[in-house]
Design a protein around this ligand. Structure first.
Ligand code: ADP
Ligand code: MG
Length: 443
């Protein structure tokens, strides 16, 4: 199945206008959301959206991404993801749909309810944001869930508990997907953040129901497609963060797409080790050393620039708590002491990376350059964020922590697009078809 995933043309947005997906956003809290709107172009519109759904009186199962951080007291500490789903939810409420929301949060065992992964805190926050009562159903499928759905009136909202409490979700078990579908008349996918996963609630369920994209999904796909299909070059990709083993795989594809690939953060040390240097206690995936060598050779043979940190901030241990006072020294990357760990890029590297970013016409950034949660170790991330804020290049930020860093540092409104999906946007960039997007394609 070939899905072009292109739905419209990017247009700078004059004001919020009549677009329902924009007006529901408080402009100040999500600055980047209001920067682009897009015009539906007949032949390009290949995603079915909720604008095509006659929702009145229908039971609509909506997959959202409510995977928000919750503190020990059960308070949502960052409600960005919940807010991002509001335009779709409000549209369906306004249309008189019976809204059934489903999401995952964290990584529960999949053996049933676990208090620490409950969507209870999310439900409370959502209730405040919507200004109306919602019902949280402990059961995901079956008679009890059905009963909760049957009790809904037009415009009511039901939230199912963490969908990953059932391990069949991640297995995309057809029976589970079927049972989920049985609750509803239509399916809406608004969870771009999990669109790269083929799970029951993100993909499987669509086999049994007419399926549509929510506004967030629509916006993400339109924006990323517009920017990445034929990027203005040079295209510079910046990769960092700590999910080394997860993300390192994308380098292969990125080398083909991008003109320059910059690697910082915890990602860099496996490469530095592969170059033959000591990395001490730094993050490192020893199983990927050969891969890194291959990638360096590949960059060379393709004539692409692969930039690694030439200097690095080191300390004796990871800060604990993360924002604790810490003393660091700056060393050349080839001289990392055996008893130290690299926690940020150094000043020379900051300059090199910033220069490279400034020469770009398009920059894609995923993963901070250091442990930015600590002011002493945020310098590399700040330097890169600042360079991106200052260029006229199209700048696309993906990744939860990268987005948080950019917002925390006050650069959010200077970026062209901050994606709610880190992994999803990376896979998009690789040119992969996302299962959660494929199922809402207008076939
Ligand atoms: P994103 O959420 O943007 O996809 P990741 O989750 O991969 O990014 O990584 C973000 C985390 O990486 C941050 O919490 C940051 O502290 C950490 N990090 C960055 N550089 C390093 C490093 N050198 N060593 C350890 N952790 C790092
Ligand atoms: Mg992260």
């Amino acid at each position: 199945l070939l899905v072009r995933q292109r739905v419209g043309l990017l247009e700078p947005c004059e004001g919020l206008g009549e677009d329902p997906s924009l007006t529901a956003f408080p402009e100040t809290s999500l600055p980047w959301q209001a920067r682009f709107s897009f015009r539906q172009e007949g032949p390009m519109a290949e995603i079915k959206t909720i604008d095509e759904l006659d929702a009145r009186g229908k039971r609509v199962l909506v997959r959202v991404d409510f995977n928000a951080p919750v503190d020990a007291d059960g308070n949502v500490t960052d409600d960005t993801r919940i807010r991002a789903a509001l335009p779709t939810i409000n549209k369906l409420i306004g249309d008189g749909a019976r809204v059934i929301l489903t999401s995952h949060r964290g990584r529960p065992a999949g053996e049933g309810f676990e208090e620490s992964f409950s969507l209870g805190p999310i439900a409370r926050r959502l209730q405040e944001l919507l200004g109306r009562d919602i019902v949280l159903s402990r059961e995901l499928i079956g008679p009890a869930a059905q009963e909760a759905v049957d009790a809904l009136e037009d415009g009511d909202v039901l939230l199912l508990e963490n969908i990953r409490f059932d391990k069949r979700e991640k297995k995309n078990d057809p029976e589970f997907a079927r049972a989920l579908a049985d609750l509803a008349d239509a399916y809406v996918n608004d969870a771009f953040g999990t669109a790269h996963r083929a799970h029951a609630s993100t993909a499987g369920v669509a086999a049994y129901l007419p399926s549509y994209a929510g506004y967030l999904m629509e916006r993400e796909v339109a924006t990323l497609t517009g920017m990445l299909d034929e990027p203005r070059r040079p295209l510079v990709a910046i990769l960092g963060g700590s999910k080394v083993s997860d993300k390192i795989k994308v380098i292969d594809a990125l080398l083909e797409k991008a003109d320059t690939l910059i690697i910082g953060g915890g990602m860099a040390y496996t490469f530095i080790k592969a170059q033959g240097y000591e990395v001490g206690k730094s993050l490192c995936d020893d199983s990927k050393l050969d891969y890194c060598k291959e990638m360096m050779a590949k960059a060379e043979s393709l004539g692409k620039k692969l930039l690694l940190p030439v200097d690095t901030a080191v300390s004796v241990s990871f800060p604990e708590p993360i924002d604790a006072e810490i003393s660091v020294e700056y060393v050349e990357s080839k001289n990392i002491p055996a008893d130290k760990m690299g926690l940020d890029i150094g000043p020379k590297t900051q300059e090199i990376f910033a220069e490279a970013a400034k020469s770009a016409k398009t920059v894609v950034w995923n993963g901070p350059m250091g442990v930015f949660e600590n002011p002493v170790l945020a310098k590399g991330t700040i330097a890169v964020a600042k360079a991106l804020a200052e260029t006229d290049a199209t700048t696309i930020i993906g990744g939860g922590d990268s987005a948080a860093a950019v917002m925390q540092l006050g650069f959010a409104d200077k970026m062209s697009h901050i994606s709610t999906g880190g992994g999803a946007s990376l896979e998009y960039l690789e040119g992969k078809t996302l299962p959660g997007v494929a199922v809402i394609a207008d076939k």
